[in-house]
Write a protein that binds this ligand. Sequence first.
Ligand code: DSN
Length: 436
Amino acid sequence: MTHEDPIADAVLDLVRSADPDAGAILAREAERQQHTLELIASENHVSPAVMHAMGTCLTNKYAEGYPGKRYYGGCAHHDEIETLARDRAKQLFGCAFANVQPHSGAQANGALFLALLSPGDTFASLELSDGGHLTHGLKVSMSGKWFNPVHYPLVRDAKSPAFETIDYDEAERVCMEAKPKLIMCGYSAYPRVIDFARFRAIADKCGALLHADIAHIAGLVATGEHPSPFPHCHVVTTTTHKTLRGPRGGLFLTNDEDLAKKFDRALFPGMQGGPLMHVILSKAVAFGEALKPEFKTYQQQVVKNAKALASALTEHGYRITSGGTDNHLMLVDLRTRDAELTGADAERWLEAAGIITNKNGVPQDPRPPVKTSGLRLGTPALTTRGFREGEMQQVAALIDRALAGKGDESAIAGVQRDVEAMCERFPLNAVVGAGA
Ligand code: DSN
């Protein structure tokens, strides 16, 4: 059963009685979320209002087009909802134009390519294996298949205080040589502050547009826990469901009217059809929550918790890449604790103990992506649950106990019992439902 969310309970009962097969699966997943510790850096637990705004009659409507310019009748309230979501997004991120229709961050990035580049054009980004993202030029993605990515590196010198952070000098050299049309910054596994002003200087020097993908750090940006990409970046994309704690979806932001028009046309009719209006309602609700003072307190705690977890894991003998974290996530190099330990084994053993993580390559990882030498951990979901620095130390100790047992079933069962006790102490929705 969910805690303090009678609507979720009623929905579960409804689905169960209408469709026992689907209902049984939903019940198992609700139980899983309630009884496990979620440490995947890109996941979170939304409030009941954000959750249930998605389960509304807005899903019944086609609203292709944009407010005031729809291809279907009956869109008056959809215009109001989309305008509300746009206005709140603009207020939240301090910019002039927002498109709330991208179905996801990947769709937003795809539309960005369609809007700003032609097939074969060169763009610059950080490679996935250094913490980038698959839509930033991985060969198997549209971005890497139809366009020409060049990659700037991290600092590789282990003696440098900047080890494993963006090598801005190299980025400038790479960009001056390749003359990309677009520079992408913003990453999926990068624990440090991004210097948007420095990237803008590079973009101006080589004649490129600057794009920030703030999917991971959007919540931190919204409350000032990470510097804003504005006024430095020409265009910004993000997801809405990570630190921002909204529904699963994407968002585009800019201060440039011409770029806003290009993006709008590229997204619809270029890439997407009907917008998911029920999700856009939920985005509006989430942006409303993010504008409240409690959301800043939450984001501050997310960062404090990440620092506490990183430092506790360091004490247990794990290396945190780049030496720590400035944001909500960290990359844990497992090899300093146990040279044989892989990310794949760690992810599996931790999941058996009720601790949900994802394996992740560390920079220059000699192991393949299906194994890896690292774990990526993030604190947004546990912070939503009400965890603070003291609990993060306990979580670090639980992680270490589960991994030190090398898959031993009784060790895992012992950790699982302690995880269960923590989940009972911090039930889901007890905190979010109170508006924190
Ligand atoms: N898959 C997301 C993540 O986990 O970071 C990025 O899109």
